[in-house]
Design a protein around this ligand. Structure first.
Ligand code: TYD
Length: 135
């Protein structure tokens, strides 16, 4: 998978009172956090995403339950199964992504490197391929 998409293990403070994990910008993830959103109450069989970002980078954590993130760099697709809250998936800019296979009561936390900007989205796969092919 091009562009350094990768699973990042987060610090895990194990405690008999309950565990705790941490994300600090530039320490655990390689960008400054400008926005946070979360996806929840996903009905069975639904998919989210189905787009790419021109600039936005993201870090995705399964805070509860499980789901898959499918990344596509225009040449190959890779599926990351997310089912623990002590690791996350770093998604660089310029990758097509989809999220699917959500379990009941799953909760996806997403940290983003830019404020919301509708113009940053590419919703057309052919346009995405063109961007990749033009470097
Ligand atoms: P979208 O990013 O397409 O969701 P997903 O990739 O999970 O399928 O966003 C869905 C809607 O929510 C869309 O109308 C834009 C809006 N939205 C915001 O207003 N701000 C945000 O930060 C995000 C992520 C989405």
């Amino acid at each position: 998978m091009g562009n350094k998409a990768k699973i990042i293990d987060l610090p895990k403070i194990l405690d008999k009172r309950g565990n705790l994990s941490i994300i600090e910008e530039f320490k655990n993830i390689p960008f400054k956090i400008k926005r946070t959103y979360w996806i929840y109450d996903v009905p069975g069989g639904e998919a989210r995403g189905g787009h790419a970002y021109k600039e936005n980078q993201e870090f995705i954590v399964a805070l509860s339950g499980s789901f898959d993130v499918v990344l596509d760099d225009g040449r190959e697709k890779k599926t990351f199964h997310m089912n623990r809250s002590y690791y996350g998936l770093y998604v660089p800019k310029g990758l097509w992504r989809e999220m699917n296979n959500f379990s009941t009561n799953s909760l996806a936390l997403i940290l983003a490197s830019t404020p919301y900007n509708a113009d940053d989205y590419i919703y057309d796969y052919l346009e995405f391929k063109k961007m990749i092919d033009n470097g």
